[in-house]
Design a protein around this ligand. Structure first.
Ligand code: 5GP
Length: 194
């Protein structure tokens, strides 16, 4: 997605060879027009998949899951990082190791909002080590829902996330794929022809 790549080039701060900061437009301050455009792109890519629900993890996947849900005309659900008292035991949960925070946490979703009748699109802001998305795919499997695919806004293709998901036979589409980066420089993999 060209406008996304241009925005990353213009505003992205490459903090190291592995960490990209995009909080001026993507995951702290959010460019709402761009978020809606991203949702429409996911909607276009997964239009024929019969999606009934979009799934993400709080917090920074929410705006893109909502935009994709609007485009596809379906609800979105976000996994919570702490089990809220109101959720009781009626939850699916998975353990996730955070690449940026360097600690493990539990993600959970109420059993009420995901089940065997669903066909799911998982959406997130970044695909890095894949830990967060593998956790979500475990939850989808536990619920009996069918997973149609995974849509990521930015993929750091030099990390192992895509490989882990593809090993499981999952369809992965990322809107900007970074082949390599270093402070002041970012190199994209050519957009796939969808
Ligand atoms: P993963 O589980 O694929 O390693 O990444 C999990 C989460 O870490 C992503 O959803 C994202 O929120 C965060 N993350 C991973 N790499 C980066 C990065 O380079 N920059 C930012 N801002 N967040 C990242």
């Amino acid at each position: 997605m060209k406008i996304l790549e241009e925005r990353i080039r213009r505003e992205g701060q490459i903090l190291s060879d592995t960490v990209l900061k995009v909080d001026s437009f993507l995951n702290h301050q959010v460019d709402t027009g761009l978020a809606l455009e991203i949702g429409r792109e996911f909607g276009r890519i997964f239009a024929d998949e019969g999606i009934t629900k979009v799934l993400t993890i709080e917090a920074s996947g929410i705006q893109f899951a909502m935009a994709a849900g609007i485009a596809l005309g379906v609800p979105f659900v976000y996994a919570k990082k702490k089990k809220a008292i109101t959720q009781g035991d009626e939850v699916y949960s998975a353990e996730v190791y955070s690449f940026t925070k360097r600690e493990s946490y539990q993600v959970s979703i109420s059993r009420k909002y995901l089940g065997p009748e669903d066909r799911v699109l998982i959406v997130d802001d970044f695909l890095a080590t894949g830990a967060a998305l593998v956790g979500l795919t475990d939850i989808v499997a536990e619920s009996g829902a069918e997973l149609a695919g995974v849509g990521c806004v930015i993929e750091k293709s030099f990390q192992e996330g895509r490989g882990l998901l593809e090993e499981r036979g999952i369809r992965v589409h990322s809107l900007a794929r970074i082949a390599a980066m270093s402070p002041g420089q970012v190199q994209f993999i050519d957009e796939e022809s969808f």
